[in-house]
Each structure stands twice: as C-alpha cells, then as structure tokens.
Design a protein around this ligand. Sequence first.
Ligand code: CO
Length: 216
Amino acid sequence: MNDGPAGTPDRGGGVADLLRGNRRWAAQTERDRPGFFSALVKQQRPRYLWIGCADSRVPANEIVGLPPGEVFVHRNVANLVVHSDLNCLSVMEFGLSVLGIEDVIVCGHYGCGGVTAALQPSEGRLFDHWIRHIRDIAKFYRERLEAIEDPAARSRLLCELNVAVQVVHVEESPVVQALRKAGRTVRVHGWIYDVGDGLLRDLTSMVAEVRAFEPA
Ligand code: CO
C-alpha cells in the first residue's frame, strides 16, 4: 500500500478514506477560516467560470489556489465548447447571466488524451464522435501541424490551438453575444496547463491568431 503524491488520498483505503479525508478537510477549513461554510450557504458569488478538461490532473480550483465558492466549473473531455452542447451552454448561461461572472477561462493542458487521440485514426468509439470536433481543428490547421515532425510537439500545438478555438466558440455563443450587446463585460481567457511543471501559460496571442480566421 503506497501513499500517492503529497496531498492525494492513499489508494489503498478506497472511498472510505475519501469520507474520512472530507471530515478532516471540513474541520481544518473551519479552523483556518471560522464561518467559511456558513457564509457560503447564503449564496455563491464565484468570480470565474472555468471550462476545462475532465483530466484528473487538472483540478480547476486547486491549480489556481482558490477555495470553494470562487470558481464555477464545467469540465469535459478536452475542454470543448460545442455550439450544441446544452450542458456547457447551460453552465455558461447560468454563470454569466445569473451569477454575473465576467471572466471566463478556457483551460486546456498538454498531453491531453482527447487531443492526442484526435491525431490518431478513429476507432469508431463513442468517444470518437466527441473528439471529431478536435479532428476538425486538426484539419483546418493541417499544414501547420504537419510541419512539426515530433508527435509530442505536434500534439502540444493542437492542445494550444484547441484552447484558442474554444475561446472563440465562447465568444461566438449567443449567451456571450447577447450579454455584450446589453453592455455587460465578458472577458474570455485561453490558458494551457503543463501537467509536468504545474504551471499555466497564457495563450492570448494564439487566440488573436485564431480569431483572425473567424468571420467578424
Ligand atoms: Co485532457
């Protein structure tokens, strides 16, 4: 029975350990910040909407050092913002229109399984329908991707392009367009996380590049 990396639950104990871990965490949090939970009961007023990958190595709050109550989160495989995905769109509408969030963060990560799979032939799985959206991006940027010999570097570029395209999808969504038309501020940020060093990188310049291809 080996302990995982610092801060992760012991794999040997299973879900019972999670419940014990939760009691420890709740008690510690209340000791550190008395009244923390009773304040959160009244309402949630998160400042950020996070759209990220479902990957277990990229937990939204943890990697930006924010406690519960600060980040409204939607995660799916490869952090996609699909124009017909009612799940993601509902999260966006609720977060922006109702909760009044102004900053949306689309966060991808290097080594994303969904992105890497999109560079391989389809295997006819359900999952292949989902990552078809990434294959479309790969087709659009084919020349740029094929200019890179190293498969890992190629995957990294597609991870970045995918984030940038999803940022544009957020901006193009009816909910964001309606809010902006009504004078509300919505800023959309594209970030990528490196599982290897724990650091986030800003993709603003790549977002600008991708946006230039889109119709006004
Ligand atoms: Co991923």
